[in-house]
Design a protein around this ligand. Structure first.
Ligand code: DAH
Length: 390
């Protein structure tokens, strides 16, 4: 006799695989999908409970893994073998395609129960010492399992780019700067026009822009937040702006379409190029060590005048020349300059009363330098074997 609905609900997976679909009252594709969904959830639950519980020795880990694997995958009488026998082989013709499809999906998911995969996932616990716990207290509390080692969850850590960003932020916070942020989906006005980069000006091509529509882009740099902050706070203003930026770049060892910048902006009365040089030299020494030197070379950015490129003496060879600095002894670390009067004006600040300096740097490259990483792709592939080194 076909079991009632409540009886079916109360059955365990082990009981269900001993019945045919007809006996379980499954007569259509939706029912098949629901049933297989239940099996997958049970399988995942058993796997994750083993993984999170861990094992206290290699032998125990292997034994627990093997028993879970056999329970599901043993050729003789494993749960999948039963499902094949009772649900797939005997299913009515019209249900075969959906049972076959779900069964294949289940089989693929069951790869996570093969010994190799399990053994990798199940952590080994360091046995907890319980000697210090008073025996009477254990008896009094009626606790039996104090000798059972606790759950061992792998500990995460901050991403190397986040660590680098925080280190840079801290230096400027200590100088009295504040942290500001802005949208990653930005208007063409803030990303370009307000920064003195007019349409059709060739310098717009320096930023390989991802357009969302004619007026909207994924910001190509953090500079648009300069204008937003000027509008919001006016002068004086001392801020740094960390954040994600996007460019239409092909991924290679030094490019990713998404990357991180930190922008700096100082606006006040009587700010001069000497303030810019002094602050950036101080920053570089704090971050890379007192021994390094800074070099300022003229450059061009539409939003600063004059503009500069800052280099530090190579932190790997001390300026002698090596593979990293391409034998030049110098590593370029940021663009900078005195804020263009037109940009101050666009931000609602009177360039007759105030002046300012700004810089922009690539955080990912700093992290690569600091941690000696030679391929930027590694930073964004989320491979735990890489990330757990930091
Ligand atoms: N926004 C520039 C870029 O993405 C970097 C930059 C250069 C920012 C000079 C600045 C600056 O604020 O003054 O290439």
């Amino acid at each position: 006799m076909r079991p009632s609905r409540t009886q079916t609900l109360a059955m365990t997976i082990d009981e269900k695989v001993r019945k045919t679909l007809a006996e379980l009252g499954v007569t259509d594709a939706a029912g098949v999908e629901a049933l297989f969904g239940e099996v997958r959830a049970a399988m995942e639950q058993e796997r994750s409970s083993l993984v999170s519980h861990g094992a206290s020795s290699e032998a125990e880990r292997d034994r627990l893994s093997k028993s879970l694997r056999d329970r599901w995958l043993a050729r003789q009488n494993g749960l999948l073998a039963n499902i094949d026998e009772r649900w797939l082989k005997t299913s009515p013709k019209e249900l075969k395609p959906s049972v076959g499809k779900s069964f294949n999906g289940l089989r693929q998911a069951a790869a996570a129960l093969e010994m190799d995969a399990l053994v990798k996932g199940v952590g080994l616990k360091i046995p907890t010492k319980v000697a210090a716990v008073d025996a009477a207290e254990i008896r009094g509390a009626g606790l039996r399992d104090l000798t059972l080692p606790g759950y061992c969850r792998p500990l995460g850590s901050l991403h190397p780019v986040t660590q680098m960003q925080r280190e840079i932020e801290q230096i400027f916070l200590n100088l009295g700067f504040r942290i500001e942020d802005g949208p990653e989906i930005e208007s063409v006005y803030y990303n370009f026009d307000a920064l003195n980069i007019p349409e059709s000006h060739p310098s717009r091509d320096d930023w390989d822009t991802l357009y969302i529509n004619a007026q909207t882009v994924l910001r190509t740099h953090t500079s648009p937040v300069q204008i937003r902050a000027m509008e919001k706070y006016g002068a004086p203003l001392y801020i740094i702006i960390p954040g994600k930026c996007y460019r239409h770049d092909n991924p290679d060892a030094s490019h990713t379409p998404m990357f991180h910048q930190i922008e700096g902006l100082a606006i006040d009365s009587d700010i001069t190029f000497a303030d810019l040089k002094g602050t950036l030299d101080f920053f570089a020494k704090k971050l890379f060590g007192e021994k390094i030197h800074t070099r300022f070379q003229p450059s061009f950015f539409p939003f600063t005048e004059p503009s500069g490129e800052v280099a530090i003496s190579c932190i790997f060879c001390g300026g002698e020349g090596c593979r990293v600095c391409k034998e030049s002894g110098w590593i370029e670390v940021m663009g900078c300059g005195m804020v263009h009067p037109q940009v101050l004006h666009n931000g609602g600040i009177d360039p007759e009363k105030y002046s300012g300096w700004a810089f922009g740097l690539g955080v990912d490259r700093y992290a690569m330098m600091k941690y000696d990483i030679n391929d930027i792709q590694l930073l964004f592939q989320s491979d735990v074997r890489f990330l757990e080194q930091f």
